[in-house]
Every structure is written in structure tokens, then in C-alpha cells.
Design a protein around this ligand. Structure first.
Ligand code: ZN
Length: 405
């Protein structure tokens, strides 16, 4: 089916077209250019978007599709995988409503199955690339150290030593994971914010160098990329030495480490949104820790920009009620507040995210041959980045998900 979109302008990822027209053929973009440059394709449905601007569907390069309510402590034990999956499917709808048409699920057991269900058209949703469950050392990044060890073992995320790490990577492979997520840094044993640390200046490495190297070698041998949760200079440096593909969070680095990151070609996903929301909503004692992270994140983003690090936008959201998946585009506003130009933030939230997902040849830009993941906002987003939170129209894979009201 042919569809023609007409709008006041388009931010394509490669430039600006105004007034803009996109011809969609089936699931793909057939043509983009100025209005009237080409005749309307035979039988095409014309969709007029008036003063709206078109842009590529947004990418959240770091979230977790858990289907959990983190305000409900027993949920992790008492909720069945089926119930959690049903909730996660509802989150996928919220993401599409907000114009997020591709996501990277950076750890969690449901991810690969949700990715399959979307890929096969079983449920609507953004493109998903998924890590499956974390790979984490005992006493490391995501070890809920207050639980009895035998309970924690049931998560299947623990791996100590190169052999057990190889085994976990192979398990993820047979579960259909697209990449491996390992935990590279952890706070003090008694910290409330253990995976991030109460104080970003006092983090430990979760793994020895040989263990990270084993994870990367085994993943790469099997065609999987590796993402590392790395906060603090030592963890980022260790990850880069081992050859990881994406650095998650990545704040607390020196200029020299940021330069190495830029030279390595790895992607950085700064995740400013999680601390921003938690500062607003968490009890004061916990909000203090998040505030410390926010300060370091802002400084680190400026260092990364100076050194030319490749950056993709990601929120680290996990769903309602603490971090609903609808307002995810707030990450782009936060990147601008922290020093990016709106153009750079749009890039991080589209092309950058697509590249971090390994999908830059299919999504992330408005160009002929790419998938027709197209959204519209009420104005030029390069002039006012806040417009990305007012998505009025969403097309995913050539099908209109959200018509203009
Ligand atoms: Zn995360």
C-alpha cells in the first residue's frame, strides 16, 4: 500500500527538507523530497500533517522491558513471567505512542522473547534488540546482596571466572539474545544504589580484566556485541581495553579515557533520564546519591563532546510507576541541557541509537530504502528540542500507529 505524508518540514538525519513529502511503499520509504517535486503515486493515501515536522522514529538505546512494578517488592517473586510479559507488551504500546520506534533492552529475561514477538508481528511494538538477562559477578553490579545467595542464583545472571562467563554467553545465545550485557562497576557493598553506587567517585570494578576479555571474545566469536555497565574511569578503561562495543552510563571519565573511547569507535549511552526522574521522586536520602551522579554525568558529557565520542540516547527506564516508558524523549532535552546542540541530541536519539543497536542500515534516518518509521512533532525540533515530547503522529514500518488527532 502506498502512503504519502505531507508536512511543513522534515529533519531527515542528513539535513532539512521543507516543505516535506515522503512516499511510503509497503514498509519502506520510497522517496523523500520537497512537496510537489514528484507526482502523487497511483492510489496513494495522502496524509496531511499541516504545520508538523517529520523526523525518524526515536530510538531509546538503553531501557529494560521488565514488566515489573518496582514499587511492589514482592512482584519479582510472585508475578508470573506471563503476567510480566503482558505488562511489558503494554509498555511497548506506550513507547510507540511516544514516537519511540526502536529500543535496546539492556538486560532482563523477557527481552529476547518480546523482540521475537514484535519481529514476527505477534504484537505491535518498537524494533527491539535485547541482551537477555544480565551477566554479573557474585557481589557484582546487580547482585541483590541482601538476598540469600541461593535465591539470587535463580536469576541465572551470575558468572565468575572466564569459564562461567563463556557458559552464560552461550546460554544467552540459545535464548536468542542480540547482544551481551555485563556489569563492569558496582558501588560499596552496603550502598542503596548498588549498581550505580551512592557516590560515583567510590566504585569498584565488578570483574577482573581476564573475565571481561573472556566475555568479549566469546560474544564476538558468536556475532554478538557487548554492552558494559561502566561508571567511573577504571571501569570504562577496562571495558575499552577488552574491546566492548557500547559503554552504558560511562560517567566519571578523564579526558584521556574519553579520548580512548572516541578512538575506539565504541558508542557511549549516557542515560541522564534515570537520575533526573529519581531526583524528583525518590526519598531525600536516595535522591542525594542520584544528585551526585547527575553532577558527574553533566561534566562527563561535556568531556565526551570535547573528545568527539559517539553518543546514543538512552533512558535506563524500566516502566511504571517510577519510570514510565512514555516520557522517554526527555533524554534528548536533558542532553541539550547538559551541553549538546539540539541537532546533536536529535542525532543521538535517532541515527546514534540505530548505530548502537547495530541497525543503522535499516532505521534511524528518513531516506529511501529505509524502514518507514516516521513520527511528526508540532514544529522544527532542531529549533525547540522540547517538541520531541509532543509527538502527534507515529508510523511504524509503514503502518500508521498513531494518527494525527
Ligand atoms: Zn540499565
Amino acid at each position: 500500500m502506498a502512503i504519502m505524508l505531507r508536512a511543513a518540514g522534515a529533519w531527515t538525519g542528513e539535513g532539512v527538507v521543507a516543505p516535506a513529502e515522503i512516499h511510503v511503499d509497503g514498509a519502506r520509504i520510497a522517496w523523500i523530497g520537497r512537496q510537489g517535486e514528484r507526482p502523487v503515486p497511483d492510489g496513494a493515501t495522502v496524509i496531511e500533517l499541516g504545520a508538523h515536522w517529520l523526523l525518524p522514529g526515536l530510538v531509546d538505546a538503553h531501557l529494560h522491558l521488565w514488566g515489573l512494578d518496582l514499587s511492589e517488592p514482592s512482584a519479582l517473586w510472585s508475578w508470573t513471567p506471563a503476567y510480566r510479559a503482558a505488562r511489558a507488551v503494554s509498555d511497548l504500546g506506550a513507547l510507540l505512542d511516544a514516537g519511540i520506534t526502536a529500543v535496546r533492552c539492556c538486560g532482563g529475561p523477557l527481552g529476547p522473547s518480546l523482540a521475537r514477538a514484535v519481529r514476527e508481528g505477534v504484537v505491535p511494538g518498537p524494533h527491539i534488540v535485547a541482551a537477555g538477562e544480565f551477566v554479573c559477578s557474585r557481589a557484582g553490579t546487580w547482585d541483590p546482596a541482601a538476598w540469600p545467595l541461593e535465591w539470587a542464583e535463580r536469576t541465572g545472571m551470575f558468572a565468575d571466572g572466564p569459564d562461567e562467563i563463556r557458559r552464560r554467553v552461550r546460554e544467552r545465545l540459545r535464548q536468542g539474545a542480540d547482544f551481551i550485557k555485563i556489569g563492569g562497576s558496582v558501588g560499596e557493598h552496603t550502598d542503596v544504589l548498588r549498581p550505580w553506587g551512592n557516590d560515583p567517585a567510590r566504585l569498584r570494578l565488578s570483574y577482573g580484566d581476564d573475565e571481561v576479555a573472556a566475555a568479549v571474545a566469546e560474544a564476538h566469536r558468536n556475532g554478538l556485541r557487548v554492552a558494559t555497565h561502566a561508571i567511573g574511569d577504571a571501569a570504562v578503561r577496562q571495558a575499552l581495553e577488552a574491546g566492548v562495543d557500547t559503554i552504558e552510563h560511562g560517567h566519571g571519565v578523564t579526558e584521556d579515557t574519553a579520548k580512548r573511547l572516541a578512538d575506539s569507535g565504541a558508542w557511549l549511552v549516557p542515560t541522564l533520564s534515570l537520575p533526573a526522574l529519581r531526583i524528583e521522586r525518590a526519598p531525600p536520602a536516595i535522591a542525594e546519591g542520584w544528585k551526585r551522579h547527575r553532577e558527574v554525568q553533566r561534566r562527563s558529557l561535556q568531556i565526551a563532546l570535547r573528545q568527539g565520542v559517539r553518543i546514543a540516547a538512552g533512558t535506563d527506564f524500566v516502566g511504571p510507576p517510577f519510570t514510565p516508558l512514555g516520557p522517554s524523549a526527555m533524554e534528548l532535552e536533558l542532553l541539550v541541557e547538559a551541553g549538546m546542540t539540539p541537532e546533536q541530541a536529535l542525532h543521538a536519539g535517532t541515527i546514534g541509537g540505530a548505530a548502537a543497536m547495530g541497525m543503522a542500515d535499516r532505521i534511524g534516518r528518513l531516506a529511501p530504502g529505509l524502514e518507514a518509521d516516521v513520527i511528526a512533532v508540532p514544529g522544527d525540533p532542531a529549533r525547540d528540542i522540547a517538541l520531541v515530547r509532543r509527538v502527534g503522529f507515529v508510523m511504524r514500518g509503514g503502518a500508521v500507529w498513531k494518527p494525527l488527532a
